[in-house]
Design a protein around this ligand. Sequence first.
Ligand code: ZN
Length: 472
Amino acid sequence: MEQKNNELSRRSFIGKASKIGGASAVLGMSGAMGLFMEDDREHVEAKQIDKQRHQKSPKKGDTYMLLNVRLESGYEYENGNGNVVATRSTIRNLEIKKGIISKILDTKEAYRRDIDCYDVQGMLLLPGFKDMHIHLDKTFYGGPWRGAVHRKNIFDIIEVEKKLLLELLPTAQERAEKLIELIMSFGSTYVRSHCNIDPTVGLRNLEKLKKALANYSDKISHEIVAFPQHGLLLSNSESLLREAMQLGATHVGGLDPTLVDGNMEKSLQTMVQIAVDNNAGIDIHLHEGGETGLKAVNRLADLTEEAGLQGKVTISHAFSLASLSPDQANEMANRLASLGISIASTIPIGKNAMPIPILQKQKVNVMLGNDSIMDHWSSLGIGDTLEKVHLAADLYGWSYEYELSQALSLATGGITPLDKAGKQVWPKVGDEASVVIVPATCSAETVARLPKRAAVLHKGVLSSGELSHVKK
Ligand SMILES: [Zn+2]
């Protein structure tokens, strides 16, 4: 995992970061240094000399300046056919006040010099990323390498968990914290973590996870799904789940109601009832493919409508949608969108490749998650939501500027700096200062090249990387 991280860093063009100009001119996207004017470079070099790097970094509640921030400002279109061929950007100075972007200034405008100033040297500002499906509470990450366990089916691994969870429990908080650090380093400022609630660990994983997340509350926002991994009905976990909701879980989880619980109707009804009773959201793991999976999606849609849970339900994985024809997928997507039911995906490849372009076209909220990071289920997660967007681009053939640029929305909870018409819609004054700063010129380049995350801010607080403090 560390190895891959380093590779990503090398692949990025961090070397450019120190050269990128503080130009106020509108610049093209290609990233070729030729586009940066000579006098901009001199300007930056002069500034480098009278600047010193400190360990200083923005803390909670601080008011400070982010200087020479690159913001996307529009698309460039090819003459005649309207194809987007490049992304324009501008350089601005931003004032951050108590976690909010309070001013966006032209570089020629006066700004407060009596407060801390950090120079981002022309690097690009993007909205913070959201990891919307991960299991922070059970991981090998943070300890020695260990591969996933052999299994024939889901019941085998539930059996494995009955021993393994107790073995991991003493270090669960420490491992969760290391995993939080990992996803923050890749730009996550928001995480939805599932947490095992089962007869083996009871509420103990939840207690550890809550402590870990509390220790990082300034650096990352979170939601917690109370997840009956051993089967809501199968392991008779309803009362434990209800206790978990009282202890602060934000969402009720569920798991394969036919395959695992053996009673789709009762399993879904129980899950929905717990959500209604606790005024909470739902996020169900639905791995079941084919017919029973589709039945569960349809029935959950009915129950969402009946219970008035529109906009509060997520189906994680939803592999059954992969078996639909394009027409069927369209119809299903319409229904999900009309009820505000979100899909959380890890971008599976192969037979479970999801109809994500159709879901998005019908305006279903599709969210990404890293899910397993080196655990007994899978060894392959690296913790980078942006890498999942890159994978989606590869899988669905998004290789042009416009498609790559708009694909960023998968990582950011739907926010893109430019809307579909190329109008700048982010950031605006008043937006939360939860952002990722990268040595790139635009979103498309970021998705394609996976640059190093130079600095990550959560509500104005530096959560990962570093910022260059300008000495007063
Ligand atoms: Zn999961």
